[in-house]
Design a protein around this ligand. Structure first.
Ligand SMILES: Nc1ncnc2c1ncn2[C@@H]1O[C@H](COP(=O)(O)OP(=O)(O)O)[C@@H](O)[C@H]1O
Ligand SMILES: Cc1cn([C@H]2C[C@H](O)[C@@H](COP(=O)(O)OP(=O)(O)O)O2)c(=O)[nH]c1=O
Length: 705
């Protein structure tokens, strides 16, 4: 179906959480992730608290150090450690990893208590060790999921894992804010704690890891052969490699460049807020609670953007919306820096997260629809890689730059002064650069848009009023199903295969529409009656073309297009090739003329795959029972021309055809078609739901057990 988007996902009726081992693993993952995010906030806060008395530069540098240690290993080192992880037992890697991380996090406040001089150093060392352990733990987790969940439910399982990973962030941030707001109480209860909220966050964090370890230890995991083969680093996990390899995808047009630039801008903006957020809220007079709220707002906005993206302004150009989302994120960053108010900063962080989330879903959506299949994988790899690198660079460079810029008091004359802090300066400067880059991204994404409608504002107003810009655009956006056609001469076995495939696909949870031409609609039934009635031998060749074409027009508009818009898989017994072969080649009319008429009648809808069951007319006709209809009773020469017609159509377009010998046993033919169809069916992971940030490596669709 040349106009369509990728295939629709199977309607997943069952709930993957009903699988007990997966549910337990998922709970343990959610706990570990919650602990992980909590530790990021606690460590940044501790680093800020430990250096509160030091110079501004040291203060900011300590924050830089923690952020770099928490984020960099996952982005830069995962391929090296990932291949080592393949050689270890998964269960014990996860259990050991959780226990070790728990112990390391407990050790941070304990060492702080025993030797305050060594506290900051140990904090940095222990967090680095914990991150290295996490690098081994993540691939073990990723490889365990496919062993617990049937293949067809992997997509759902991966979405839930992503939810556990990123959904944990706002929960952890709010929890941290809550802890901070009761810190006086905590301090009074346990007077020996130097930094109550950060210490309690770390103890809680350790507890989540210990519980996660117990859950995983008791999981009934199937034994797996520990890989002893050569090291095989996962290409996608290596961010730098992915970015380098994906550069070729940039050549595929300004759209990819626009999406990559846009994501880099919003990811870096998010990184800036993570990086200088703690010192920034301190400058605004809010401590740890403010930092928790800021991070929670950022991630809530992100989640909101990802979830609402596909539904926002449905009738508005996706390319323009992408550009606007990037601009929105950049402006939010600029204002966060310029406005010294905690509540407004939190609202702006939410808007920034929203912009980043929208950029991510709209960008990935555009790439999966508009980038050629061969380029698509490298475009996604490039997108993931740049997003993660930009986030890391933003988060690490921001406190560094803020430290060098320093905090200043600008006299405004008289007793009035304006406090210009390094953190605010970095956010504003970053915001300015981001706005410029966002405008570039907007232009790139909208260069050469074949469907560019009226100007931005008229289209925006029209979309807000709910006016459809063009009927075509709307259709384009909505064809998400798959269209498969079976063709061939009389008695080739088409109806038999349509039946088999329908059952097979329904079993996998797809909505399937098995249909045929002519005669699938009310009008079609009447036309079929006229066309196949042997009494109607007077029908002229041209009239015959138009009658079959009328059936197709009705069928496409009333049945096929609505089903494809719903995301169904449509399998049709005969389509336009029958018209070209029977009326074009068979009747000896000009195939080009017949082609034009059928393209007009079918609104240009082309199948994703046409299976030609090739059969000699004598063999096919001999399989049929009952009296021959008007077409079946044509001469063998006519049917031989039809067969040639089909074969030359398939030869002219081998990518879109599967030609099979109809004399083969029926089951073998079914298997061959299934094999060809499988890669066309939806990927178990929905690419639009993949990770936007790089804290934890992107979950890969499938890994061999
Ligand atoms: N691969 C096959 N080998 C032998 N007979 C077959 C095969 N596929 C189908 N048939 C039989 O041939 C006849 C015609 O099949 P059918 O699917 O109705 O063909 P079509 O729809 O192409 O006219 C049926 O009796 C069917 O059982
Ligand atoms: C769809 C279509 C069918 N036909 C012919 C082929 C068939 O002989 C007839 C449809 O009959 P049908 O019984 O559906 O085919 P089969 O017997 O192979 O299952 O109409 C055309 O000539 N042009 C067309 O465009």
């Amino acid at each position: 179906m040349s106009r369509s988007a990728p295939l629709g996902a199977p309607a997943e009726a069952q709930n993957v959480l009903a699988i007990t081992p997966f549910r337990r693993l998922w709970i343990s993952l959610s706990l570990s992730n919650l602990g992980d995010w909590l530790s990021l906030l606690a460590l940044v806060s501790l680093a800020a608290i430990f250096t509160a008395e030091s110079s501004t530069l040291v203060h900011y540098l300590a924050v830089t150090g923690v952020v770099a240690i928490k984020l960099a290993p996952a982005v830069l080192l995962s391929p090296l450690v990932g291949s080592l992880a393949d050689r270890l037992d998964r269960r014990w890697t996860m259990v050991g990893g959780d226990v070790l991380r728990g112990l390391l996090y407990v050790s941070i406040p304990v060492v702080g208590l025993l030797s305050s001089g060594f506290a900051l150093q140990w904090l940095l060392i222990a967090s680095l060790l914990a991150e290295i352990v996490a690098l081994l733990w993540t691939p073990a987790r990723d490889a365990t999921i496919p062993t617990l969940v049937p293949k067809r439910m992997l997509g759902q399982a991966n979405k839930l894992t992503l939810l556990a990973t990123y959904g944990a962030a706002p929960v952890a941030a709010l929890l941290f804010a809550a802890l901070a707001s009761v810190s006086n109480l905590l301090g009074a209860l346990v007077p020996s704690m130097a930094n109550p909220e950060a210490d309690v966050a770390l103890y809680l964090n350790a507890l989540t890891f210990f519980v996660a370890a117990i859950v995983v230890a008791s999981l009934p995991l199937p034994k797996h052969a520990v890989s002893k083969g050569s090291l095989s680093p996962n290409r996608d996990a290596n961010t730098i490699h992915a970015v380098l390899a994906g550069r070729t995808a940039v050549g595929s047009g300004p759209l990819v460049r626009g999406v990559v630039t846009g994501l880099a801008v919003t990811a870096a903006a998010g990184g800036l807020v993570l990086g200088v957020g703690r010192p920034h809220v301190e400058n605004l007079g809010a401590g740890n609670a403010g930092f928790g709220v800021l991070v929670a707002a950022l991630f809530l906005g992100l989640g909101l953007g990802v979830v609402s993206g596909p539904r926002v302004l449905k009738q508005f150009s996706r390319r323009r919306l992408l550009g606007l989302a990037v601009v929105l994120g950049a402006l939010a960053l600029l204002f966060t820096g310029a406005i010294s108010d905690m509540v407004l900063s939190a609202v702006l962080a939410l808007v920034l997260g929203l912009g980043a989330g929208l950029t991510w879903v709209i960008g990935t959506g555009l790439i999966s629809v508009e980038v050629e299949e061969e380029q698509r994988d490298s475009a996604f790899a490039l997108l993931h890689g740049t997003g993660r690198l930009a986030l890391l660079l933003g988060a690490v460079l921001a406190p560094l730059a803020a430290g060098f810029a320093g905090d200043h008091e600008i006299p405004l004359g008289g007793p009035l002064t304006y406090d210009l802090y390094g953190s605010g300066l970095v956010l504003m400067a970053g915001g300015l650069i981001a706005v410029v880059a966002a405008v570039v991204a907007y232009r790139q994404a909208n260069t050469g848009d074949p469907e560019a409608g009226p100007g931005l504002l008229p289209e925006l107003f029209a979309a807000l009023r709910g006016v459809t810009p063009t009927a075509e655009e709307e259709e384009e956006a909505r064809l998400t199903g798959a269209f498969i056609v079976l063709e061939g001469g009389e008695g080739a076995g088409k109806s038999t295969q349509v039946r088999e495939l329908t059952v097979w696909l329904r079993d996998q949870g797809f909505e399937v529409v098995g249909t045929r031409q002519p005669g699938a609609t009310k009008l079609g039934m009447r036309l079929r009656g006229i066309l196949l009635d042997r009494e109607n031998s007077h029908i002229t060749d041209r009239a015959e073309v138009l009658l079959y074409a009328a059936d197709k027009a009705d069928h496409v508009e009333q049945e096929i297009l609505p089903a494809l818009r719903r995301g169904a898989v449509v399998i049709s017994d005969r389509y336009v090739d029958s018209l070209l072969a029977y009326q074009g080649a068979g009747r000896d009319l000009a195939v080009e003329d017949v082609g034009e008429i059928s393209a007009w009648a079918t609104q240009g809808l082309v199948p994703d795959l046409t299976v030609l069951l090739d059969v000699r007319p004598e063999d096919g006709l001999s399989r049929l029972g009952g009296p021959a209809d008007r077409i079946e009773s044509e001469s063998v020469e006519f049917h031989t021309r039809v067969r040639k017609g089909f074969r030359s159509l398939a030869e002219a377009n081998p990518d879109r055809y599967l030609v099979l010998d109809a004399r083969e046993p029926q089951e073998k033919i079914t298997r061959e078609i299934q094999r060809r169809l499988r890669p066309l069916l939806p990927d178990p992971i929905d690419s639009s739901s993949e990770a936007v940030t790089g804290m934890i490596p992107v979950i890969r669709p499938e890994q061999e057990a």
